[in-house]
Design a protein around this ligand. Structure first.
Ligand code: BG6
Length: 525
């Protein structure tokens, strides 16, 4: 029997490592002087090219307001991406090969004036490179430029008609709106200019290898899926924790956003969808979006009471992270001294459908927590009868314990893995319980480095596959769930609960689980 990897022949699994068909479309990055371009987008394009997914001639055009030559743009990018590509350093000869198709365009994105010239420049570049004029525009800009930029693309003749031989796809970074109303408005306005299949709303968590594997694990194996429901599962915990505080220059954006908008509304709810959704009829974009949408529509509050009893905001005060002093959120650069922005949010939610009714999903995300770790932990119910007891001592304190509940933990990052824990008999003359884990670890199982999320997502845009992007109704359903929480906090001027930097969040978040006779996991690091 062969152990060769099996390639699934559908669009979702298209980048399987076999004879890639290199993409030749032009990629224009709006907001090319930003951090995302240097740290994520250009390294991802370089790696795609290195692996043969991007052709030697496909033009990449950086677009930003500052005046700059192609040459100085190339030099800046070389400095910036060195160390961020998969191979670590970029060898000079490889760089020279790659950089030949890098160009720069000075443009005031907010003003329509330069867009005709921009189109002419793209045409000249594409003629020179011999590429067909298909284009991806990546909006790595502040969100208030999304709509004007697309309007000006239309004005500049850059949006081809439905029947035109060439295509345009536009990628929007988050945040896509700041509540339900603004997300609906933005989608409505964009729809006047672009068709839904031209719009790619990115959530980079969906591009992470370990996140994509959740679907394969659940629907590509038969033994786990029958366990994932209200009969077997006690509760689920989803954690997206970061030890870092605010990255330099991010204060303005973050203070306007907060943990609920920045991470929970998108990354955490997407993880919840993948773990809770029903199997799609077919493994294609539409059916997957349809199933995720059903989960989002079934979300309901964990308690009937006041929103503050099941949705808790926190804000870090000064503390120690990794042994280093960390300043409080209010002392970070560009943060107003009286800011009520939450840097942590914890929530208890239910998925009110036949599969999950009554099973709490505890969600939490925050900055300045003890470590950077993202995971989904499914805790199963205890066996119906406890036949085995054992004495466990910690120091002088001993207690009689039974078997521990089984847990299935998807570690999204770091030390990517899937672990199943269960109880065994400790060798000896008595029935002594010993907890053990079965552990699938990516690093041990696969030698190749995991691709970066942005690589996968950029390739999908180039190939026209929107499976790993957010459809507008999905995004709106997510906003529909979180907007009442945001409104409640704002209307009642609720201040986030303080927590010391380097701890796992405010006490009230612990109490929320305590009240249910449960506790947050401390993810191993
Ligand atoms: C981004 C948020 O979407 O996700 C950041 O804006 C956050 O605030 C980041 O730090 C976390 O992503 P990752 O991939 O580092 O877990």
């Amino acid at each position: 029997m062969s152990n060769a990897p099996v390639t699934v022949s559908n669009s979702v699994a298209s980048s399987s490592g076999h004879a890639p068909d290199p993409a030749t479309a032009t990629v224009a990055i709006f907001g090319a002087s930003g951090d995302l371009t240097a740290r994520k987008l250009l390294p991802a394009l370089y790696d795609l090219w290195s692996d043969g997914y991007l052709s030697d001639v496909a033009p990449i055009v950086g677009v930003a307001r500052k005046e700059k030559s192609d040459e100085s743009f190339r030099n800046e990018i070389y400095e910036a991406i060195n160390g961020h590509v998969r191979s670590g350093a970029v060898p000079v000869d490889r760089w020279n090969q790659f950089a030949r198709r890098l160009f720069y365009r000075q443009l005031d994105i907010a003003s329509p004036d330069g867009y005709h010239g921009f189109r002419e420049q793209l045409e000249t570049i594409e003629d020179h490179q011999g590429t067909p004029g298909n284009r991806v525009v990546y909006m790595a800009t502040s969100p208030d430029l999304f709509l004007p930029a697309v309007e000006h693309l239309g004005f500049g003749g850059l949006i081809p008609g439905r029947d035109a031989p060439e295509w345009l796809r536009v990628v929007f970074e988050k945040p896509f709106g700041r509540d339900l109303k603004s997300a609906q408005e933005l989608s409505g306005n964009l729809r006047r200019l672009l068709r839904e299949e031209q719009i790619y709303r990115i959530d980079h968590y969906l591009g992470k290898e370990t996140v994509q594997n959740i679907l394969l694990f659940r629907f590509g194996n038969s033994i786990f899926e029958p366990l994932l429901n209200r009969n077997q599962v006690d509760h689920v915990q989803i954690t997206v924790a970061e030890s870092q505080g605010l990255e330099r220059g991010r204060g303005g954006y973050y203070d306007n956003s907060g943990a609920l908008r920045d991470v929970l509304q998108n990354h955490v709810l997407q993880l919840l969808c993948l773990i809770a959704m029903e199997p799609p009829a077919l493994f294609n974009a539409r059916d997957l979006h349809d199933e995720k949408l059903k989960v989002l529509k079934a979300l309901s509050p964990g308690n009937r009471g006041d929103i503050s009893s099941w949705a808790i905001g926190g804000q870090y005060s000064a503390g120690l992270v990794d042994g280093q002093p960390a300043v409080s959120y209010l002392s970070e650069e560009r943060i107003p001294a009286d800011s009520r922005t939450e840097t942590y949010v914890a929530m208890k939610v239910l998925v009110d459908n036949w599969r999950w009714a009554g099973v709490p999903f505890y969600l939490r995300t925050g900055k300045r927590l003890p470590s950077r770790v993202s995971e989904i932990a499914i805790q199963f119910k205890q066996p119906p009868l406890n036949l085995f007891n054992t004495v466990e001592c910690e120091g002088d304190v001993c207690e009689l314990v039974g078997t521990r509940p089984n847990k299935l933990v998807f570690r999204i990052q770091p030390s990517e893995s899937i672990k199943l824990s269960f109880s065994t008999k400790r060798p000896g003359m008595q029935y002594q319980i010993h907890p053990v884990t079965m552990d699938f670890n990516y690093k041990e199982a696969f030698t190749q480095a995991l691709p970066e999320a942005y690589e996968r997502l950029l390739l999908d845009v180039l190939r026209g596959d929107s499976t790993l992007f957010m459809r507008s109704d999905e995004l709106e359903a997510a906003w529909q769930f979180v907007t009442p929480i945001l409104d409640h906090w704002e209307k009642n001027e609720i201040s986030p609960e303080p927590y010391r930097a380097g701890t796992w969040g405010p006490r009230v978040a612990d109490t929320m689980l305590h009240n249910d006779n449960r506790a947050w996991r401390t993810p191993s690091t």
